[in-house]
Design a protein around this ligand. Structure first.
Ligand code: PRP
Ligand code: URA
Length: 176
């Protein structure tokens, strides 16, 4: 997927997010899951603003301490900032990530998000759904749906300030 394809997907995703949010009411807010989801959330938020005329509030979640394998990690996880400065209760929260795979990151993000309050509704928006779910989790808004074998990985490269270099690649796992 090249830069133009990514921008087109984000524009469509923003329209879908706004339509879905309007179905049930509740003020919209965007929350990106670190790290890749935060870059994407910033982009999606701008596209949402192009539809609604106003940028929704945005926050970030770092799910490191909410992982379901935390007790099995050999070294302590690197924890980045979680930053949600608006009231979550009653909002329609658009949880944003770049890739949806097993669903474990989203499970952890929901857990962390609900520590901040009780959203009216949570929508999940991902740029790439690569299949391979290990939990009963599905995205509401998807940029591109792929079936990627476990031996391969999806890499979403979003270049801050230089959208023309953006790309989505599928390559063998472990290759730089
Ligand atoms: O559905 P899952 O199997 O949980 O995988 C999806 C997650 O994997 C990637 O994050 P990663 O853990 O590589 O961290 P990063 O965003 O910091 O690169 C991606 O950005 C998603 O957050
Ligand atoms: O392929 C994958 C799987 C999980 N996370 C990614 O960023 N890519």
């Amino acid at each position: 997927m090249n830069a133009d394809g990514i921008e087109r997907a984000l524009a469509r995703m923003a329209r879908e997010v706004v339509d879905r949010a309007r179905e049930r009411g509740g003020e919209l807010a965007v929350v990106g899951i670190r790290r890749g989801g935060v870059h994407l959330a910033k982009r999606l938020r701008k596209h949402v603003a192009a539809v609604t005329g106003a940028e929704p509030p945005m926050g970030t979640l770092d799910i490191a301490l909410y992982r379901d394998d935390l007790s099995e990690l050999a070294v302590a996880p690197v924890v980045g900032p979680t930053d949600i400065r608006f009231p979550v209760t009653g909002k329609t929260i658009v949880l944003v990530d770049d890739v949806l795979y097993t669903g474990r990151t989203v499970r952890a993000a929901l857990d962390e998000l609900t520590d901040f309050g009780r959203p009216r509704r949570v929508l999940l928006a991902v740029l790439v759904d690569r299949g391979g779910r290990e939990l009963p989790i599905a995205a509401d808004v998807v940029g591109v749906q792929l079936e990627v074998p476990d031996r391969e990985q999806v890499e979403v490269r979003l270049v801050e300030g230089g959208a023309q270099q953006d790309e989505v690649l599928v390559k063998p796992r472990g290759h730089a």
